[in-house]
Design a protein around this ligand. Structure first.
Ligand SMILES: [Zn+2]
Length: 269
């Protein structure tokens, strides 16, 4: 029997919840097939609330991350950098290089540098800054270079003025979208409290019970998660309503056919 290699995927977001929204379906697909998945949040998430203190929020978000990790059956780490204050500094780059080398991922995903949030842009820049340097042995020599240079992919975003997103990999997730929503909604402080406040989601904010808020949020997330299939219909398999899309970054390694199949093929089809 041909044993397929177990691949390691590392999804690097600026905040706890970013990668749930962009790669939650892919994470579930990869775990179905026995590949390893690590989500890394570059910041502690301690800025996104209107009533809690930073200390309370950091503790709460770390518990939410553990719930999301259980739902997706993945590993999850949070870097000790304050939310809202991420910069593409040498210190942050060196921390990230060490994380990447220790995990030695085959594929790394992150934000693009065209994004509304300064932490997302800094995170995208930091990961790009690592794409070459991670393979340079005399840079941070205490941790050895990974055995294979990683592939770098960008997660989808809706920003189109400066550099329209171009999907190179399409991952259909119709069968996984409800569990992806379960994982996103583990971030109660965000979806039930902070985002309704800051984004003006009046219906969710004013819904009288947790169950009614949940129903509204699930409908809203289904609509959000169908955006990529609606935007790139020519790239979708027939009948696909929900997909996650990724753009290949030419600073890293080439995406092999095996890796692409690990991401895109639905078991049993
Ligand atoms: Zn974010």
């Amino acid at each position: 029997m041909h044993l397929v290699e177990q691949y390691r995927f590392m999804m690097i977001g600026a905040h706890p919840d970013d990668m749930e929204l962009r790669c939650g379906g892919l994470a579930l697909r990869l775990r179905q097939k026995g590949h390893r998945v690590l989500f890394l949040s570059m910041t502690d998430g301690g800025a996104g609330h209107h009533r809690m203190t930073r200390t309370e929020l950091v503790r709460r978000r770390s518990e939410e991350v553990q719930a999301a990790a259980r739902t997706l059956d993945i590993e999850y780490r949070i870097m000790p950098i304050a939310d809202g204050r991420l910069e593409p500094s040498l210190d942050a780059r060196d921390m990230l290089i060490r994380e990447i080398r220790q995990y030695a991922p085959h594929v790394i995903m992150t934000h693009r540098i065209v994004d509304y949030h300064p932490d997302h842009r800094a995170c995208g820049q930091l990961v790009m800054d690592c794409a070459y340097m991670v393979n340079v042995p005399l840079y941070c020599p205490a941790v050895p270079c990974p055995p294979q240079p990683p592939v770098f992919l960008s997660v989808w975003d809706r920003f189109s003025r400066r550099d329209p997103f171009s999907p190179d990999v399409v991952v259909p997730i119709d069968d996984l979208v409800e569990r992806k929503i379960d994982a996103a909604l583990c971030h109660v402080s965000q979806f039930y409290e902070w985002l309704p406040h800051v984004e003006g989601w009046k219906d969710v904010g004013e819904a009288p019970s947790f169950a009614e808020k949940t129903a509204l949020l699930r409908a809203q997330l289904r609509s959000r998660f169908s955006a990529e299939a609606r935007l790139y219909p020519e790239r979708m398999p027939a009948g696909c309503r929900y997909a996650e899309t990724f753009e290949w970054n030419e600073y890293g390694a080439a995406l092999t056919g095996e890796l692409r199949r690990a991401m895109t093929e639905i078991p049993g089809e």
